[in-house]
Design a protein around this ligand. Structure first.
Ligand code: RP5
Length: 165
């Protein structure tokens, strides 16, 4: 199976990427994590992206805050799909990182998830790998069914709670 790379701009982004790592573990997807910054260690970030395909990666995930050009910088150096997670470490709500990550000029796409959306970044990476991996696709369907069942349980509990109060 192809690996997923989780790259964060700083170790202060760890709380967000922990959610991503949790999802990948849940699906048994192999992954590596690195701290590479687009502005503090640009050579390392570029070199990782340039060799990612030959090193067995299928998807790159980039988590960064503030002027968050990490995802775009990685995407410029690979044709693998890049998922961007804007982190809320700068302006309130992470608006700076959201716009820096999502507003990529035409030709170099970054699939951007919600601000601090580490969970969805993991799920999207699994969905990309599942295009050519039927067993992963089955696991995704099972997770959807489990998640739906959990919501229905909450629905029933909420109705019961209202009747009791
Ligand atoms: C970005 O700047 C990082 O991704 C982080 O979200 C933010 C702050 O970094 P630190 O100053 O905490 O290292 O590059």
């Amino acid at each position: 199976m192809k690996k997923v790379a989780i790259i964060m701009g700083s170790d202060s982004d760890l709380p967000v990427v922990r959610k991503t790592a949790g999802i990948l573990r849940q699906f048994g997807v192999p992954f590596e994590t690195h701290v590479y910054s687009a502005h503090r260690t640009p050579e390392e970030a570029k070199s990782f992206a340039l060799s990612a395909r030959e090193n067995g990666f299928g998807v790159l995930i980039a988590a960064a805050g503030m002027a968050a050009h990490l995802a775009g910088a990685l995407a410029a150096a690979t044709t693998l799909p890049v998922i961007g997670i804007p982190c809320s470490s700068g302006l309130p709500g992470g608006l700076d990182a959201l716009l820096s990550t999502v507003q990529m000029p035409s030709g170099i796409p970054v699939a951007t998830v919600a601000v601090d959306g580490g969970t969805n970044a993991g799920i999207l990476a699994v969905q990309i790998l599942a295009v050519t991996d039927p067993a992963l696709a089955v696991q995704l369907s099972e997770k959807r069914a489990r998640d739906a069942a959990a919501v229905l349980k909450k629905d029933a509990a909420a109705a019961e709670h209202i009747l009791e109060s």
